[in-house]
Design a protein around this ligand. Structure first.
Ligand code: YXS
Length: 259
């Protein structure tokens, strides 16, 4: 089953998320196909990639596939989780990735979008950071992705409220690059991709990598990292984490007890 579509037109690649039944949830299978497409386009000397969903979607991506989250006892966002692989692939692939957004972006999909190099959204697009909605202890590098995209105060508001914010607000605070009317979204994204593709790819690739290295250069002591990992384990071993996942699957509101 194909969950994405990949096309290439000269130096411009386009990857379209295409699993409407699961609202483009970032399942293991969809993410593996997405990573393979990015790697194939890199091999085929694409100089820029547009990452999008089908035109007119209400949900760009519903985030991590909740059905694939462990129900306790194991880090839900460990090194080998598909979402972690996807974010690292987007960040380390040579060519810039432009996220072209229509509809709602949820949870880990917000991180994947913010890991892209440029974000262009339709006016109706929204972005919801949802760990607190499900009781999930987000992971350290994921929080760094958010901190690279918005001020600490905004990241706290997004993370603690788990409430979707509008494309207009996201642009106003610099979390995304442009909000473009639906009718112009494709042409605008394509024009930016063409501009990038006509510039020097080696220079762009090294600046992308420099910015990745510099943005991630935050000193975290081994003791500080281990403390955070210990705190995260308490959360993913907690009643509330288990309750968040169960409530989603049983389509009911979770009841969090703070333990
Ligand atoms: O009932 P069926 O079988 O048709 O399935 C429903 C939903 O269960 C399913 N679905 C998902 N399945 C797995 N993982 C998901 N993330 C997910 N989201 C949805 O898709 C079918 C249609 O969903 P439905 O009926 O709710 O559609 P809707 O149009 O009424 O509402 C659309 C949404 C996106 C508002 C709603 O589906 C929703 O709230 N989805 C969950 C969004 C979310 O909380 N995502 C975060 C996932 S966890 C994650 O990304 C990280 C671990 S974290 O949370 O830490 O950031």
């Amino acid at each position: 089953m194909n969950y994405i579509e990949m096309t290439q037109d000269g130096h411009i690649g386009t990857i379209t998320l295409d699993n409407p039944k699961k609202l483009n949830a970032l399942s293991h299978d969809l993410v593996n196909q997405l990573i393979a497409a990015l790697q194939a386009l890199e091999q085929a000397a694409a100089r820029v990639v547009i990452l999008r969903a089908r035109p007119g979607v209400k949900v760009w991506s519903a985030g991590h596939d909740v059905g694939e989250l462990p129900e306790g006892g194991r880090d839900p966002l460990g090194w080998d989780d598909p979402l972690r692989h996807l974010v690292r692939t987007i960040e380390t692939c040579r060519m810039p990735v432009i996220a072209m957004i229509e509809g709602g972006v949820w949870g880990g999909a917000v991180e994947a979008v913010l890991a892209c190099d440029i974000v262009i959204a339709a006016p109706g697009a929204t972005f919801a950071v949802t760990p607190a909605r499900l009781g999930v202890p987000y992971n350290v590098s994921g929080m760094m992705t958010f901190m690279s995209a918005a001020s600490l105060r905004v990241v706290k508001e997004l993370a603690f409220t788990a409430t979707p914010i509008s494309a207009a607000r996201a642009e106003r605070i610099g979390m995304i690059n442009h909000v473009v009317a639906d009718a112009e979204l494709e042409a605008f994204s394509r024009e930016m991709a063409t501009t990038i593709a006509n510039n020097a790819p080696l220079s762009i690739a090294v600046m992308k990598e420099q910015l990745r290295v510099l943005a991630g250069a935050k000193p975290v002591s081994p003791r500080g990292f281990e403390k955070v990992q210990g705190l995260r384990r308490i959360v993913y071993d907690s009643h509330d984490y288990h309750e968040g996942i169960r409530a989603f699957k049983e389509k009911r509101k979770p009841v969090y007890l703070g333990r």
